[in-house]
Each structure stands twice: as C-alpha cells, then as structure tokens.
Design a protein around this ligand. Structure first.
Ligand code: AMP
Length: 593
C-alpha cells in the first residue's frame, strides 16, 4: 500500500508553512494535504445559537451528547478530519493533545457504529499510556452517552485482567488500550479481533519512543487486512512516516500547526540543589541574569530574608507578600516595570496576575504546590510575545514531584547546572568588556562630557606622562573598583552536586527511552538492580517490562535504567531511592499476565 506522493514532501511543506501568513484558522488545501492553524479551544466554541456540527450529518444522539458537553463548533482538526473519516478514508494527522483530535476520530467512528448490534469490537484505538487510554475511552463514552447500547472498553496494564476479560465478553464497539495489554488479550483469545474494521494509533511517536514498534506491528499483522487506519502523531519522524507508508492506504493528511501558547515561549529548566545551598545557588543564578527577575518562595518570612540577603549582595530588590498593603504593592510593581528595581521576591498569592513585560526570569525557589501554581508562576515571564526563562529548584525529595509536573504539564523541563566560578567569571568578564565597549566615546552623545574627557586625557598625558594604554588600564581599574573582580570562593560543592545529581537523575537529553540507548546508558551507582522472575520463556520484552513498571507504579519510563532479559528472569535497573510503597508494588507486578 503506497502513500500518496504528497507525503514525501511533508518536511518541505511544513517548512513552507512557517513562512506563510500567521493568521488563525487558516485552512489550506495543499493538493491533498490540509494544513491548519489551531487556535485555543475556547475561541472555537462559537455563539450560543450556532451548531457547527450539524453539517457533518451526525445522528441526533451524537448531536445531543455534544450539546451536553457544550461543544458548539468543531475545532480546525475536527473540521478537516471528520468528513474524511466519514468517507472511510485512512488518515495521517500531525496534531497535539489539546487540539480536539480525540473527538475528530471518535465522532465519525461512533456515527458509523450507530446501528452496530454485533458482539465483537469493530474499532481498536492504541495509545502509549494507560492515562491516555483511560482519557480516550472516557471521551468515547461521553460522545456516545446518548447513543443506546454503545460500549467502549479500556484495556491497559497494571490492573487486574478479570474485569477487562468480562467486559470484552459482552457486546463491545470500541476497545482502547495500550500495546502490551492488547497483545496479551489477543494471545489469550479474550479479545476477539476478527471484526475490527478500524485501527487508530494515537500519539504514535510516543509509542515508538517507548519501544512499542514491534508490538504495534505484531498487532497490526493480527488484525483483518481490510480496515480503515488512522494515525495521529505530534511529530513526524521518519519512523512514523515509514509506518504510514507501510500500512496506510492513500491517506488524507492533516497538519495542525498549533498556535504557541504563552508557556511555549518560556524555556523551562530545573536544577538540583540541596536545601542548605539554595541561597548560594540563587545568587549564582542571578550573576547570569539579574534584570527583571521574580523569585517565588513559599512563606512571607522567606520573602524578606531572601530579599535582605540579595540586597547585601548588591542587588536592587523588593518584596511582594500578603502583609504588604495594596497601595504599596502597586507601587512596587510600578517600580519593577520602570526598572528601578530588578528583582522581586514574592509569594504566590501576592504575585497573582502580575503582568510586567520586562520579567525575563522566574525562579521557583520553593517547589510549587501544584501544576496550576507552577503554570501561573512561570507565566509571569514570556509576556506579550517575549521569550522568558523559568528555573525550578529541586531537591532530592522533590524529584518525584518534578516528574509528576512534567507529566501533567506535558513539558520536558531541561536540567541545568548551578553556575560554577568559571561560568560566573566568564560572564563577569564578558559584561565588563561589553560595558567598556558601550562607553566608547564615539557612542557618547553628550558633547560636554566628551570635552571633559578629552581635557582629562590631555592632562594625564602632559602632566603625568601617561601613554594611551596606561590610561586605558587605569580607567578599567577604576571601573572594577577595589573589590575582587573574580569569584574565587570554594565551589567544589557545586561540581559534586551537579555530578551526583545528574547521575542520580539520569535525565540528560541523550537518555531517551529508546531501548538501544537504554542498554548503553545508566551504568552508574544511582541504580539498584531488581530481579524479576519472568524472562524470555515467558515472552516478555523490553517494551512490555517498561510499560508494566510504568503502569503499575509511579516510576517514569525515563528513569528506568538497563534492562536485561534472560531465559527465566530479567534484571532491571531502577532508581536507588524508590519509596517503600513503590517497592511493594514492584513485588506484585506481572508482565504478560
Ligand atoms: P483533545 O485534543 O482531544 O485532548 O481535546 C482537548 C480538549 O478539548 C478536551 O477537553 C475536549 O473535551 C475539548 N474539545 C474537543 N473538541 C471540542 C470542541 N469542538 N469544542 C470545545 N471543546 C472541545
């Protein structure tokens, strides 16, 4: 089955799109491929009177459930995908979560199954994680809530088989599941697939990242040949295009260019720092960036003590906390806007809604209580289309929260190191050179000052016999002042901390979840090797081990180390500091039943 030739020009089309007009909701039909700009969903809800879903020809039950959900207008991806899927075409879509892609494939499939009376499932949706499987199954259930006897079943690892088996025994229209568990049920004969006529691969790139390629191919090979195929992926790497080429038949292609949310303009970073080094780390961070900074802390008391410490180090700082009267707070924000102060130390409540364009950096000195607090904090930078930076301080105990935060915000937060003396000194040098260069007379507009400087120069040359280079050196010396220019305090704690923590966290960007890398990396003492009594003879593979561990515990796939599978047992490297509860869960896990 060949993919249409347009698909080969995917990259160039994508490239082309970058240069196009950036207006919202633009729909282009590039020969066969639809390239659409998404917009925030609230905007697409439309007027109370409209129902943009009427044109698709959905039955009344679907329209009723959409009305119950409050959907008024289809999102761009729904507008583009629904008609194609209703026609029974295969579809290749590049779109991210949040664009309305689930309804884009669920609604036409529910419509097509409106009169289905048969027992066996007709549609299979494969997702990388149990969370997404649950979410997609819930969406199917809510869109079909008004359709009589429409059944969706979710099957994923980490939970008991019995409920899934009994659900699969009854009438089912749609099965949503993760690859490992789908395979198990197919092998056991508990999931009858002979009537499947549509397969959806959701977040296909993520499934590949998790090492599910072989599983996916195995499943596709088991399914009836004649079926509609839908593939959604947030990115289009070669592997995904290859799958599309291999399995999709003349697909409609849709690319949703999501409009950048404000948080996407913010580069999000974190650094490991032990509690007693936090203030030192903060001061070092401010060496690199100290103009337009908000530091978030948990208590009012901390706002003042940190502000004092920073002031003592020569920064212009103000405090924003709930004890400060409103008019004074407004005055502080105003001074920050005008540049009279550079750094604000604030609590979450006091900084709510703060909108200052010149904020370049947000420091999460204390870990935020929840995702919403984090998103609000970092949203204080990257205002008005500018870019910004957010740094999160993480200690050993907060590592799990960091992973949860990454998962719930669906963002990769990049690790950085605490700046060492070397980095700070380089920066100081750079700044000095920049300052001297910027003070060069050519750029000086003030004629009076110019005349004064020339007088001083003449005086130095004539009366003090100084030459040009002596004068220049003396002037720079004056700028530097008598304080030590370079930092030379002991920074070995930083190196120690950066190294240990990087090893412990195993989060450098090369450590992607691909199994090949997994085998080569992680050879350090931050792991403990766990022995599981399943192996090759039980049919387990790397992907199934990862998915089972991730689904049964709160361990993130990225923090799993080397996996070795022997005939009747497997060795898996897992982080050394696992919680007792997690260890107990590990004792009970079963792979491939
Ligand atoms: P998804 O991209 O499928 O994860 O959907 C993102 C969110 O948008 C979900 O909360 C959906 O319920 C919601 N949504 C999907 N389609 C629409 C629509 N046409 N109007 C309003 N909200 C929608």
């Amino acid at each position: 089955m060949a993919l249409k030739k347009e698909s080969n020009s995917y990259d160039s089309e994508q490239e082309k799109s970058k240069n196009e007009d950036d207006s919202l909701l633009e729909l282009k039909d590039l020969e066969n491929k639809k390239e659409i700009e998404s917009q925030p969903l609230e905007v697409s809800k439309g007027d109370d009177n409209e129902n943009g879903f009427l044109d698709f020809g959905f039955n009344q039950s679907i329209l009723n459930s959409l009305r119950n959900k409050g959907y008024k207008n289809p999102t761009p991806i729904q507008k583009a995908a629904i008609p194609e899927l209703m026609l029974g075409r295969d579809l290749l879509g590049q779109a991210q979560t949040g664009t309305g892609k689930t309804a884009a494939f669920a609604l036409p499939l529910i419509e097509k199954l409106a009169d289905n009376k048969e027992l066996n499932a007709k549609v299979l949706v494969m997702t990388p994680t149990r969370e997404l499987a649950t979410q997609v199954a819930e969406s199917f259930k809510s869109y079909s809530s008004e359709s009589s006897n429409f059944k969706t079943v979710a099957i994923y690892g980490g939970t008991d088989y019995r409920n899934q088996i009994s659900a699969l025994k009854r009438k089912v229209d749609v099965v949503v599941g993760t690859p490992g568990r789908i395979m198990d049920h197919i092998r056991q004969g508990t999931f009858k697939i002979k009537d499947i006529n549509c397969l959806v691969l959701d977040e296909a790139d993520e499934m590949l990242n998790m090492g599910f390629l072989e599983d996916i191919e195995w499943i596709i090979d088991q399914l009836p040949e004649n079926k509609q195929m839908v593939l959604f992926s947030a990115t289009m790497p070669n592997e995904i295009r290859n799958i599309a080429k291999k399995y999709l038949n003349d697909p409609a292609e849709i690319l949703i260019k999501s409009v950048k949310k404000e948080t996407q303009l913010i580069s999000q970073k974190y650094l490991y720092v032990q509690r007693h080094h936090k203030l030192d780390a903060l001061k070092r961070i401010l060496e690199l960036n100290n103009e337009g900074v908000i530091i978030f802390v948990r208590t009012k008391l901390l706002t003042t003590s940190i502000a004092e410490a920073l002031e003592n180090s020569g920064h212009t700082v103000a405090v924003l906390n709930g004890d400060i009267p409103q008019n004074q707070r407004e005055n502080t924000v105003d001074r920050l806007k005008k540049g009279f102060i550079d750094i604000l130390v604030a609590t979450d409540v006091a900084a709510r809604g703060l909108d200052v364009e010149r904020i370049k950096l947000v420091v999460n000195y204390d870990f935020p209580f929840d995702k919403e607090t984090y998103t609000h904090r970092i949203g204080r930078t990257g205002r008005a289309g500018r870019s910004g930076e957010a740094i999160l301080f993480v200690n050993q105990r907060e590592k799990h929260f960091l992973r949860n935060l990454e998962n719930s915000t669906r963002t990769k937060i990049e690790e950085i190191n605490i700046p060492s003396n070397k980095i700070i000194n380089e920066k100081r040098m750079e700044k000095l050179i920049e300052n001297v260069n910027e003070s060069s007379l050519d750029k000086d507009e003030n004629e009076e000052n110019k005349a004064l400087i020339i007088d001083v120069l003449d005086n130095l040359k004539e009366k003090h016999s100084m030459d040009d280079s002596n004068i220049a050196m003396a002037a720079i010396n004056l700028v530097i002042g008598n304080k030590a220019f370079f930092v030379n305090e002991d920074d070995s704690w930083i190196h120690k901390q950066n190294n240990t923590d990087r090893n412990r966290s195993n989060r450098n960007s090369n450590n992607r979840m691909r199994n090949s890398n997994r085998r080569n990396n992680y050879q350090n003492d931050s792991f403990e090797t766990y022995k599981f009594n399943f192996g090759k003879f039980d049919g387990v593979r790397v992907a199934s081990i990862i998915s089972t561990i991730c689904n049964s515990t709160n361990i993130n796939g990225r923090s799993i180390g080397k996996i070795q599978i022997f005939n009747d047992y497997s060795l898996v490297d897992l982080p050394r500091d696992l919680h007792r509860e997690t260890k107990n869960k590990l004792k009970k896990i079963k792979v491939r039943n």
